[in-house]
Design a protein around this ligand. Sequence first.
Ligand code: AMP
Length: 302
Amino acid sequence: MSLLVVGSVAFDALESPYGKVERTIGGAATYFAVSASFFTHVNLVAIVGDDFSKADARIFHGRAINIDGLERAAGKSFFWAGKYSQNLNERVTLLTELNVFADFKPKLPDHYRKSKYVFLANIAPELQRDVLQQVKGAPKLVAMDTMNYWISGSNAELRETLKHVDILMINDTETRELSSEHNLLRAAKHIFKMGPSALVIKRGEYGAMLVDKHGVFCVPAFPLEEPHDPTGAGDCFAGGFMGYLANAGSQSDAALRRAMVYGSVLGSFAVEEFGLDRLRRLKKAEIHARARHFLKLTQFAL
Ligand code: AMP
């Protein structure tokens, strides 16, 4: 089943206690597409500037990622700079330059319109809605991400988009900010009134939590001795989660739980190295081996 994603394709400047890169390919849709393509076919919608070279586009080549919907425009690509704290748990955004995204009017190629699974990765909520409206027929599942930049800067637009979404996937800080509730279960109830029927809360090194009509399911983060760069971990989590579901064609409680594990697996690989470095050489067999490791991590007897 093909999976449509709209979001940023960007250049990032990254700094963590483990090093610094001045400019590397990033963007929420890039991380998502690469991760999800291990499970299913991905249709990517985004825009890049004329600074995005053929060599840069190689990140999408040789994978199940269709880039007919990756528009090229005169100007600079989205640029984002972020810096992590000593323990990697906090991050400050140093710079967000929308550049070509500021005037982006997405137009879905015809063969994208039948996508049954849709992920609205982190980007302006009006763009997310615009893309969703171009999908023909009712998609089986629509999920989305967002961040503080849009929660505080485009709140009304964001709430409009949320009305059309089944699963919201955000981190704990964003959950609290969006709902004005500190307790995450109370926050989930609040968010369900905005549209989504399920909430996936990403909690960094503490794992992730799914709250829906079945109750609550928690998955740990894979314990790593030397995480290097958490950038894109959330997008990779979403890619593993949605990619697994699109491939499974099921949204049963069991499938959602397995999707949470595959999300955590992809997120854990993302943080092992800077930017997309680890994902570039990741193999399917490594993904499945780590998923099996999660069984050992969480199994116990009573
Ligand atoms: P994450 O670490 O999962 O929050 O994702 C990081 C990626 O999101 C980076 O590669 C950035 O290029 C991209 N990003 C950062 N800020 C924004 C924003 N306001 N809108 C869209 N994408 C963003």
